[in-house]
Design a protein around this ligand. Structure first.
Ligand SMILES: [Zn+2]
Ligand SMILES: [Zn+2]
Length: 400
């Protein structure tokens, strides 16, 4: 009877949790005090500091960059059930999950209490899926190991075997997996002004999903968004927002009525000073019925429609110097077959050419804004690279 009652209670709680009103996404207050960086620091605050008094500003900046700049930083905010709470006795019986980069193992569903309502949960860290000597400012597109492509990033994945390379980085885990900048920013106003500029202007931000990128102005002050110069974005085109994201009841950002491709048009305003953009398009034609033949002209034309929207966005990014658009393998393969008459080197090894295609932005497209004052194009094309793996390699030809 006891067990039956417990079952009924769990069932009711689960049923209720679906009906529970989800909390609104956290948001900056409408009335914000003056930005900290706009208030002059007091000279007395740093009068006794050798760091500020003995070192010139360019050396201080270099030190700060070494400490927490020129990295790839993950930015993620999603709805999660709270962590299960175990009694001391239970804890001894539960087999611990292997620790992952930046505590990502804590997102495994077995550790989350689904009887409790979801809550918005921040997760940010330094990316450890690439080698420590990896220099994101110098890598030409398509020449690196495919596993290092941002589309394949597995830093947050709690299921896969650890793909991260934390062990190659100095320091102790998990502390070394996090940015660790907060302590410095709280030292004094001068430290904040210099540190926050390094944080936003020298790092590359890997933003977890399209809706989060669109909601950034509600989460970060505009002066910080304007300082961001490099971003990696995952953009799922066909799937509706999943369990980890729900728009607010009043849908302030108009996400419910807007398809994911149309949302791209908002990016130039949200991140106005991007110089580098990596855009990983996902599930592009997944819902297309009937499914088009890979490598055929029909599929090529459908991809072309998607890329025209990307073109229209890029021509409005006035500071952009380099852009890479990652297409799922089925689409990348189609582009390459039609444009070059040959397929991807699926087995990797025989083709030494970089796996990339150049796309010139057509001078006029139907999707381009007609108001020429909004166009301040700085680049005339971008690299198309292969992105998420959405198909298995085709079978090898039979030996004769
Ligand atoms: Zn990563
Ligand atoms: Zn790590």
């Amino acid at each position: 009877m006891e067990r039956f009652r417990g079952y009924l209670e769990r069932l009711t709680l689960n049923g209720r949790s679906k009906e529970r009103k989800l909390p609104a996404m956290p948001s900056l207050p409408d009335d914000r005090p003056q930005p900290l960086a706009a208030i002059s620091p007091l000279p007395t605050a740093t009068a006794n500091s050798k760091f500020f008094k003995s070192l010139p500003s360019e050396i201080r900046r270099r030190i700060l960059i070494e400490a927490f700049g020129e990295r790839i930083l993950h930015l993620d905010l999603r709805l999660e059930h709270p962590l299960k709470k175990y009694s001391k006795k239970d804890r001894e019986l539960v087999k611990p999950r292997p620790e992952r980069h930046a505590n990502a193992h804590l997102f495994h569903p077995s550790l989350r209490d689904t009887t409790k309502a979801q809550e918005w949960t921040w997760w940010s860290c330094v990316c450890h899926s690439r080698f420590p000597n990896w220099n994101f400012n110098q890598d030409p597109p398509g020449v690196k190991i495919f596993g290092e492509e941002p589309a394949k990033d597995g830093c947050r994945d709690p299921f896969m075997l650890p793909r991260c390379l934390c062990v190659l980085y100095p320091g102790h885990a998990p502390a070394k997996c996090f940015i660790g900048v907060q302590g410095w920013l709280l030292v004094c106003r001068q430290a904040y002004i210099e540190g926050v500029d390094v944080l936003y202007s020298t790092n590359r931000f890997h933003i977890a999903y399209a809706e989060l990128a669109i909601c950034l102005p509600r989460l970060l002050p505009m002066q910080h968004l304007s300082a961001i110069t490099a971003a990696e974005l995952s953009w799922n085109l066909t799937l509706p927002p999943s369990e980890y994201f729900r728009w607010d009841a009043d849908d302030k950002d108009g996400l419910q009525s807007c398809d994911r491709l149309a949302l791209l048009a908002r990016l130039p305003q949200i991140l106005p000073n991007l110089r580098y953009l990596y855009l990983s398009l996902q599930d592009v034609l997944r819902m297309r019925q009937p499914m088009l033949a890979i490598g055929g002209h029909e599929m090529y034309e459908e991809i072309e429609e998607v890329l025209r929207k990307v073109d229209a966005m890029i021509v409005r990014m006035s500071q952009l110097q380099e852009c890479r658009v990652a297409l799922p393998l089925s689409l990348y393969s189609t582009r390459k077959l039609v444009e070059k008459g040959r397929d991807i080197d699926w087995r990797r090894g025989t083709d030494l050419d970089p796996e990339t295609l150049w796309r010139n932005i057509p001078t006029s497209t139907s999707d381009a804004p007609t108001d020429l004052t909004t166009v301040n194009q700085s680049i005339n094309g971008y690299w198309i690279v292969h992105g998420v793996e959405d198909m298995y390699p085709p079978p090898l030809p039979e030996a004769v």
